[in-house]
Write a protein that binds this ligand. Structure first.
Ligand code: HXC
Length: 260
């Protein structure tokens, strides 16, 4: 497929990592609807492609994404938002079964920060700047900022971020647990590809189950999350890859996972 607002390529030494680069540099990758339609399609295509183990979403050195496109939504109304299901395309990202890693250099603001939080892991370059500045323009986060941020960083931090609109840097983001690692700007993408490749050495089937299980921790009670985990854990014993993994360990040989 050819895209106008993103660039898509397959990377990694085994060509099993799907890389999506947001590509509206003049607007600091503001997330207009056409961009999100393309992003959703690219994610769905990689999710359906059995050669792809993990997906990376990145931007450029200046911006991961500076938010929803303010110029595009400036004249929206309550009724137009409701009738058109404004931001509906965003659900394609959270419906993806494969791991998605955000590689954030530069600004990840508003919807940009929320897009990063829709991903499963966030790696950041040391000049990254995060924030939920919607309050500055008379609105509030609309794609998870008031819900995911508190569950990832706690209430006091989330309130401070959402109520002030202040930006915070990559090291603060790491300290609060939003970001898992910080790298020099020019190393970020390479390190993110390494992470994706390392996930790609495992059984894709089991990776998918593991992702679903971790996500339960954010979606349900501890009791039903533990029940989901236990059922899924038991379920891995119905797979060839579980048998292969344990047999290979006992035989001291590398596993050869078949995605079965
Ligand atoms: C549309 C944007 C944009 C955005 C930047 N641009 N952010 N256009 N929507 N969110 C455009 C600018 O208009 C400008 O284009 C160009 O990108 C460069 O931006 P500058 O402001 O000139 O750059 P700089 O001075 O370096 O400042 C960078 C910045 C600032 C601090 C990131 O651009 C900024 O504050 N942007 C808005 C951040 C924000 O409020 N995001 C939240 C959006 S609301 P022109 O053509 O004018 O020169 C949101 C709601 C989420 O995300 C709801 C759910 C998704």
């Amino acid at each position: 497929a050819s895209y106008e607002n993103i660039k898509v390529e397959v990377v990694g030494s085994k060509k099993n990592v799907g890389l999506i680069q947001l590509n509206r540099p003049k607007a600091l990758n503001a997330l207009c609807k056409p961009l999100f339609v393309e992003l959703g399609k690219a994610v769905n295509d990689f999710d359906a492609d059995s050669n792809i183990a993990a997906i990376i979403i990145t931007g450029n050195e200046k911006a991961f994404a500076a938010g929803a496109d303010i110029k595009e939504m400036q004249n929206n109304t309550y009724s137009s938002n409701t009738k058109q299901g404004f931001l509906r395309e965003w659900e394609d990202i959270s419906n993806c079964g494969k791991p998605i890693i955000a590689a954030v250099n530069g600004f990840a603001l508003g919807g940009g920060c929320e897009l990063a939080m829709l991903c499963d892991i966030i790696y950041a370059g040391e000049k990254a700047k995060f924030g939920q500045p919607e309050i500055n323009i008379g609105t509030i986060p609309g794609a998870g900022g008031t819900q995911r941020l508190p569950s990832y960083v706690g209430k006091s931090k989330a309130m401070e971020i959402v109520l002030t609109g202040n930006f915070f840097d990559a090291h603060e983001a790491e300290k609060m647990g939003l970001v898992s690692k910080v790298f020099p700007v020019e190393k970020l993408l390479e390190e993110t590809i390494k992470l994706a490749e390392s996930i790609g050495t495992h059984s894709p089937l089991i990776v998918k189950l593991a992702k679903q299980a971790v996500n339960q921790a954010y979606e349900t009670t501890l009791k039903s999350g533990l029940q989901f985990e236990k059922s899924t854990f038991y379920g891995t014993f119905a797979t060839e890859d579980r048998k292969e993994g344990m047999t290979a360990f006992v035989e001291k040989s590398p596993p050869n996972f078949k995605n079965e």
